[in-house]
Write a protein of this length. Structure first.
Length: 302
């Protein structure tokens, strides 16, 4: 019998490196249902994607674990050697997605520093129009992460896809069904955006989620504002932050979302270091409960 609860899977992000299979073997039995395999800026030169896919599935074995997405987080809009490698690696991941049995490649849009969001749109269109067409031909979806990476509307160095006004411009520039969002509440909350009404508006464009939350210190906001040296927001593992993930998952289900919420660890100010995996597994179990707990089949009466 199929498990309809798992139309939304709960997993975690893992770094793409040559020893990934060994890492998966150590965490696979904790209960993760999916993995996002991610790369920073470019794919390491010692990583062969077909071999990596073989290693990943050998490590997963007979477990019911899928690959929620592939991710590449760099700046493909720059005009330098690393950006050129990044653009080539976007194309490589799109071609390799089927090897990992996923249809999502996610990452930052990139950004030309010193230019506003509007001024970046021509460069964004130049870079991502052919990638979007390539992805469509492979039945792959592109999902843009919603992290500002320290930027704002006027300037930044990494990513354009950080708020709804930017999303409108991006999706108007490339009006394709196979580009959307890799969404998480954390980055919106750190802009003091309420994530729930936003998700209701944009759930149709959400292809993948990062399981990362935030805690807002409203005392700091009230006393010092958001531009002082005082930290007013903290990234948190789900289960330790301010978001109601029961509501988030309800909105996802009502919006027809099918896919994965992969926990983005390594950010929590408390559950880190030796407590990293403790926090991640707590977040995993918490999100499973927010999803409704274990699947219970309905009675069947002939």
């Amino acid at each position: 019998m199929s498990n309809p609860v798992k139309t939304i899977r709960i997993g975690t992000m893992i770094g793409g490196h040559a020893k990934l299979g060994e890492y998966i073997r150590q965490i696979a039995d904790y209960g993760f249902e999916s993995f996002q395999i991610n790369f920073w800026e470019t794919i390491p030169q010692d990583v062969d994607l077909p071999k990596l896919a073989d290693d990943v599935f050998a490590a997963i074995g007979e477990r019911d674990i899928t690959i929620g997405a592939l991710g590449l987080y760099g700046n493909p809009l720059h005009d330098d050697e690393k950006a050129e490698r990044g653009r080539q690696d976007w194309a490589r991941l799109i071609d390799a997605a089927a090897l990992f049995k996923t249809d999502i490649v996610a990452g930052f849009t990139g950004r030309v520093p010193g230019k506003t969001v509007e001024e970046n749109i021509p460069r964004f269109t130049e870079v991502f129009s052919p990638l979007t067409e390539q992805a469509a031909g492979k039945q792959v979806r592109i999902a843009f992460e919603n992290c500002p990476m320290g930027g704002d509307w006027r300037d930044g160095s990494w990513n354009l896809a950080f708020n709804p006004d930017a999303w409108e411009l991006l999706f108007e520039a490339i009006p394709a069904d196979n580009i959307g969002l890799e969404w998480e509440p954390c980055h919106q909350m750190c802009q003091l955006i309420d994530p729930l009404p936003q998700l209701r508006d944009w759930v149709h464009k959400v292809f993948h989620l990062h399981g990362k939350d935030a805690t807002i210190d409203w005392d700091i906001v009230r006393r010092f504002g958001i531009h002082s040296p005082q930290q007013f927001a903290y990234h948190r593992t789900p289960g330790f932050g301010d978001s109601n993930w029961c509501d988030i998952i309800t909105i996802l289900r009502k919006g027809g979302f099918v896919g994965a919420i992969d926990i983005e660890g390594w950010h929590d100010p408390v559950y880190r270091g030796e407590l990293e995996m403790t926090g991640q597994v707590h977040g995993l179990n918490y999100l499973k409960q927010c999803r409704g707990g274990a699947f219970i089949p309905n009675p069947v009466i002939d």
